[in-house]
Design a protein around this ligand. Structure first.
Ligand code: PEP
Ligand code: MN
Length: 348
């Protein structure tokens, strides 16, 4: 990893660096952070002569040789200096809340517009709405591309930026062209490396961010962070990790709530962590406690399924969406807890 003195290399400097690494069979991949750009050396970067020649360049501050399975997402990587800003919030500095329906019902657009307005009033920073839906049962509603228009209309009406799940490569460009700011990779696709690569490639030079859910089948934390590396490797480091419950399921909860992995992730990676309590517990009544636990564990934000009238919802909404009034309560308490924990002396 090449770290320049300045915030980025000039075109001439980049050409010189590229010429050197090419001699040694490597390539340069710029990683564009919010503040500075750093340059990954892709290939076998162990050649001492190559490193010495790069270190000798006057505009190079240092060469980082991080021996990590995910060298861009690694905490020690210089990407840690970049700060992700979404919906007016700098993640890590203030609580970031995504809220909205699991699934947009194309037959009832007004319900989604009402939900969107209500989550805004409750204090959410971003609107979620499922357009294409991964469903366990093939005979249930699978989503509808028409809902993308409804999502963007709700965004225009409320001024909230939006998050939606992309399930296959064809969805990526449709979502980007429509103006989606946060592409969600669902728990079922978090291990779909060709989709992760396609997303990385599509957003390489854009400001778009990705909310990467933890797969139900991911064992180690390294597996989760490495999946994020697939996306970041193309040059856009705006990947957020989202614990959303894992296997085995706990009797009474939909999955095994995993907000407790937040501090463990933060020891390994600089990436922001936004917890999804809705899918973890799978029942609206348990969502507030899980959300507050996530904040207690140091999460940077929450992604909460919310519906103006859950009983009229489709997909997961009748079971696990909270009402806007409950969302407002969660946000107020979560902000209080956030402030208490970050400004008080550490406990214990
Ligand atoms: C969702 O966010 O509605 C969803 C399907 O989530 P997950 O991929 O975590 O199951
Ligand atoms: Mn859902």
């Amino acid at each position: 990893m090449i770290l320049p003195h300045a915030n980025k290399l000039t075109a001439e400097q980049l050409k010189e660096v590229t010429t050197i690494v090419t001699e040694f069979g490597c390539k340069i991949q710029p990683i564009i952070g919010a503040v500075r750009t750093i340059y990954a050396i892709v290939g076998d970067e162990r050649d001492e002569l190559m490193i010495t020649r790069l270190e000798g360049l006057p505009y190079v501050e240092r060469i980082d040789r991080i021996q990590s399975p995910f060298k861009l997402m690694d905490r020690r990587s210089d990407l840690a200096r970049g700060k992700l800003k979404l919906g007016g919030i700098t993640l890590g500095r203030e609580l970031f809340v995504i809220a909205g329906q699991c699934t947009i019902d194309p037959k009832n657009p007004n319900l989604f517009y009402e939900t969107a307005q209500a989550v805004k009033e409750a204090g959410a920073n971003m609107l979620r709405g499922g357009v294409w839906k991964p469903r366990t049962n093939p005979y249930t509603f699978q989503g509808d591309a028409k809902s993308l228009e409804i999502l963007m209309e709700a965004s225009r009406r409320t001024g909230l930026l939006v998050d939606t799940e992309v399930m296959e490569e064809a969805h990526i460009q449709l979502a980007l062209d429509a103006g989606v700011t946060l592409l969600q990779v669902g728990a079922r696709n978090a291990l779909n490396y060709s989709l992760l690569r396609a997303i990385g490639r599509a957003i390489a030079t854009r400001k778009t961010a990705v909310l990467l859910k933890r797969s139900i089948h991911m064992g180690t934390l390294n597996e989760f962070i490495s999946a994020a590396e697939y996306i970041a490797a193309f040059g856009n480091p705006n990947v957020i990790l989202c614990p959303r419950g894992t296997a085995p399921t706990l009797d009474g909860y939909r999955y095994h709530p995993d907000e407790s992995i937040t501090p463990l992730l933060k020891e390994k990676t600089w990436a922001s962590v936004v917890v999804d309590p809705s899918h973890s517990v799978g029942k609206a009544a348990y969502v507030p406690a899980c959300a507050l636990a996530a904040i207690a564990y140091g999460a940077d934000g929450l992604c909460i399924e919310t519906h103006i009238n859950p009983a009229q919802g489709i997909g997961d909404d009748p079971k696990q969406a909270v009402t806007p009034a409950v969302l407002a309560g969660i946000i107020t308490q979560a902000r209080q807890l956030w402030t208490t924990l970050r400004h008080a002396a550490p406990a214990g």
